[in-house]
Each structure stands twice: as C-alpha cells, then as structure tokens.
Ligand binder design. Structure first.
Ligand code: GLN
Length: 487
C-alpha cells in the first residue's frame, strides 16, 4: 500500500473484502514504528486497542455486514478529545495520566463508522499555540523537514497525516489550529461551521470559538470525514439541530459560474504585513486557477478582518480563564501538596500543572474580564466580533466563497518564534472565521520558500460547507495539474 492511499480507497477495499482492516492497520503501525521517533506526532499510540478493533471489523465484513463509510480506516485523534480508558492529556502536566470515563461524541461516531483509532496526537498545551512547541511533552517535528515546526495547535494530527501514519486525523480549531498546521504540513484541514460537529468530550479552550474538524491528504477524504462526524448531538447545547449536510455529492461540480472574492486585507498590501511573497503569489495563482476553471474572481474588502487578531486575544483568553478555572487540584487536575491551606494547595497545583503560555492566557483573560476593564477590553472585542460578522455578511451578498492565504508563512524552524506576539501573528488569516463561526478549509497549493507547502484558504458563509468543499476540490485538481501529477 502506498503512503498516498486515501481513506475512500481503504474503506472501499475493506468493505469489498479485497484488503483487510488488519493489514491496513499493520502497514500504518509499521510506518509509525519507523518514523515516530523522529517526528513525535503522538502522545499515545493505541496499537493493541486498534488491532482488536481491526479484527472485529474484519469479522463483521466476513459476516456480510456493512461496517460503515470509514471501514478499517486508521485515524489519529488530537489529545484533547476524551477517549474512554485512554489517557487524555491536552499535552499538559495538569491532566497527565487522566483517563476519561467516556468517549467524546466524535470518537463514538468514528468508531460506529468503522474507523480505527491509532492514537492520541500531540498539541500545544490546551490547544494554545501555533507550533506545537508549547506541549509539555516535547515538540512535534514537521515530517517534511524535521528541523521545522508542524504548526499548531493540532501539529501532531497534521504531522500524522503528512507522515502517512494515518490517512485521517481530527483536530480542534479555535483560531486556526486545524488550518494552519494543515498548511504547514501540506495536507487538507477544515474548520467546520460552529455547531455542526459536536464538542461533547472536547476539552474546552474557548467555547464560543472551538470547533472539531478533519485532516486528510485529499479534499474528498475531508468531506467524507466531516459528513461522518457532523449532525445534531443533544449532549452539546451549541449543536445545530439538523442532520449532517451532504457535502459529497456535489464535490466534482466544478466552479463554473461561482463568484470568488479574494480578501483584500489578507493579501499583504494593507495594514496587515509580514506575508511571505511566495505565499501571496500562490494565493493569486489559486485565484487565477479558479478563474480559468470558470469562476468569476474579484477582490473584496472585508475591512474589520484586520482587527480579528486583537479581538481574538481578548475573547479567547477570557473564555480560557473561565474554562481552566476547574483545574484546581480538587475537582480536576494535578494536585500538589501546598501546605498551609486550600488556597495554597490550589496555587501550588496550578503553578506546577500549567505551562507558561497557559498561565499567560489565564492572566490576560482574567484581566480582560475584571471589573473596571471589562468594557474597555472584553466588551470592545465583542463589538469587533459583530463588525466582522457584518462585514462577512456584506461580502457574501456578492460572493459565494472567499479566498486568502491560510498562514502568512510556510513552516518555520523550531525555536524561531520565541516572543508571543510573533507567534500570534500566524493566525491573522484564520481567526476571522472563528469569530464569525463560519467554515473554512486549507488546501495545499504549490510551494513557497525552501520548497515548503503553501496552504490556500477557502472561506464560506454559515453552513456553506458544500460550496466550500466544491471550490477546494477544484483547487486541488488545479494544484495537481500545476505539478504534473494526476488528481
Ligand atoms: N494559535 C491560536 C492560539 O494560540 C489558535 C489556537 C487554536 O485554534 N486552538 O490561540
């Protein structure tokens, strides 16, 4: 089996009985054994459990059962999704060794669809970061260049797919944590519309922004994975009470007649700077490719996107400071013997359990929410959020989808971005969709500096996943023609 065998191909072959889930799994476990020591995509590899699951899939296929759309497909899970009886750490000392008593809804749905979980992937602690360097358990290396970061915070999931450890992975995206690492590792990554994929069992970072979404090597695989995970879940109060949308049947419809708007503010010519020229050039080439495929392409201004980053770094830390208050050494989390009294014990537990970036966010968020500052910081950020929603709504009056780079740069060397602001600037293009709740996908499109992959982002209006995937698929076809490969 080649490293580019897709989830769709594996599921078809397993269901047809032309290959077995166990053989597929062993191929992927062998790849993990070979390269995981260099890459460190995983916090935990669950080989034994995966072998049992695969054997059971094979028995059911032999008995003539339909085992589901992801029959025998290996999948990697970001280590902030609860897995019953399997350590779930958020890459934090705070949760080291904790084994949840239940599965997240997505974990249940994937198993029910026949997927085989191979392990829990590394992340920036509590999903705070853009490089996976903030993990308490060591950095993940980009499989394309081991000296570089895979992006973050879902860097382990992106690296697992890029290394061929699994054709599919899931991550969470609060400000770009699926799309940015997908771009840096040369794979597809999707942030679905807020409310389409259940977050029950996802360990919360910033609840008004967090979404779970797919990683894969192809757009079709991400569409299939999204469709399999999506749909109403009564256990998540923010889950939209609708069935999963059909995003598969129109995938190859092409873009003829579609209106595509390139977001002026995210093309490196205005107030937002720091974009690598090759990244801008590839985004323009992607727009040209869509025009050549029959779309109407124009520039569109979404003015308030330039304030997205500032608003996000009030709202996300504010919500995080509240969500992370539960780790007090009593209800949840690591406990230190603090001596004199309860307050001292809690202080000692939180001091030892959280890493520096998490502490920084808790302090920023507590400050933004404190009496006297609330209106000036949190309140103002919420008003900016409304402006962004309104500006996107205006843009979508004239366009079906929007286009921008995913990340301003290609994968950077480990250790290169040591001050927090430089790191935060990685998410300039991805954050606006989290603030608006709308879907966005990163598709590999050519290469930039040092021959490293560039990701182009397709943004769509709320619940516009079908159009988003169709445009992404057209970009994928165009990208493969550019390099002379077949799609
Ligand atoms: N990099 C952003 C942050 O550090 C986004 C993280 C995410 O999407 N989880 O907050």
């Amino acid at each position: 089996m080649s490293s580019t065998t897709t989830a769709v191909e594996i599921a078809d072959a397993v269901q047809a009985g032309t290959t077995s889930a166990s053989d597929v799994l062993e191929t992927h476990l062998a790849r993990i054994a070979e390269r995981e020591g260099d890459i460190h995509a995983f916090n935990t590899v669950t080989a034994d459990q995966a072998r049992k699951q695969a054997a059971s899939i094979d028995e059911r296929v032999a008995a003539g059962e339909d085992v589901g759309p992801l029959a025998g497909v290996p999948i990697a899970l970001k280590d902030n999704m609860c897995t019953s009886g399997i350590a779930t750490t958020c890459s934090s000392k705070m949760l080291e060794g904790w084994e949840p008593p239940y599965d997240a809804t997505v974990v249940e749905r994937l198993a029910a669809a026949g997927a085989i979980s191979v392990g829990k992937t590394n992340l920036d602690e509590f999903a705070m970061g853009s490089s996976t360097e903030n993990s308490a358990f060591g950095v993940t290396h980009n499989p394309l260049d081991l000296e570089r970061v895979p992006g973050g915070s879902s860097g382990g999931s992106a690296a697992a797919v890029a290394a061929g450890f699994a054709p599919l992975a899931i991550g969470s995206d609060t400000g770009g944590s699926i799309r940015q690492p997908a771009a840096l590792c040369g794979v597809v990554g999707v942030k679905p519309s807020y409310g389409t994929v259940s977050r029950y069992g996802l360990i919360a970072f910033a609840s008004s922004l967090d979404q779970i979404g797919p990683f894969s090597t192809t757009v079709t695989d991400s569409a299939l994975l999204f469709q399999t995970m999506a749909g109403h879940d009564p256990r998540d109060s923010t889950s939209i009470p609708q069935p999963a949308p059909d995003v598969m049947s129109g995938l190859d419809n092409g873009v003829a007649g579609m209106r595509v708007g390139v977001i002026t503010e995210l093309m490196g010519e205005g107030e937002l700077t720091g974009f690598e020229p090759e990244v801008i050039a590839q985004t323009r080439a992607a727009a040209d490719a869509l025009a050549a495929a029959g779309a109407t392409v124009d520039e569109v201004s979404v003015p308030s996107t330039i304030f997205g980053l500032s608003a996000y770094y009030q709202i996300a830390p504010a919500e995080a400071s509240s969500n992370l208050a539960r780790y007090d050494g009593v209800r949840y989390g690591h406990r230190e013997d603090g001596g004199a009294n309860t307050a001292a014990m809690m202080r000692a537990s939180r001091t030892a359990g959280f890493g520096p970036e998490v502490k920084r966010r808790i302090m920023l968020g507590t400050y933004a929410l404190s009496a006297g500052y609330f209106d000036a910081f949190y309140g103002k950020a919420q008003r900016v959020r409304t402006l962004i929603i309104n500006d996107f709504a205006a843009a979508y009056e004239n366009f079906d989808v929007l286009l921008s780079p995913t990340s301003p740069c290609v994968a950077f060397p480990i250790g290169a971005k040591s001050d927090p602001l430089t790191m935060y600037l990685n998410d300039t293009c991805t954050i606006p969709s989290n603030l608006s709740g709308q879907p966005a996908i990163s598709v590999p499109f050519g290469t930039g500096a040092d021959d490293l992959p560039v990701g182009v982002q397709v943004l769509a209006p709320m619940l516009g996943e079908a159009a988003m995937f169709t445009v992404a698929r057209a970009l994928e076809v165009a990208a493969s023609q550019n390099t002379g490969e077949t799609s």
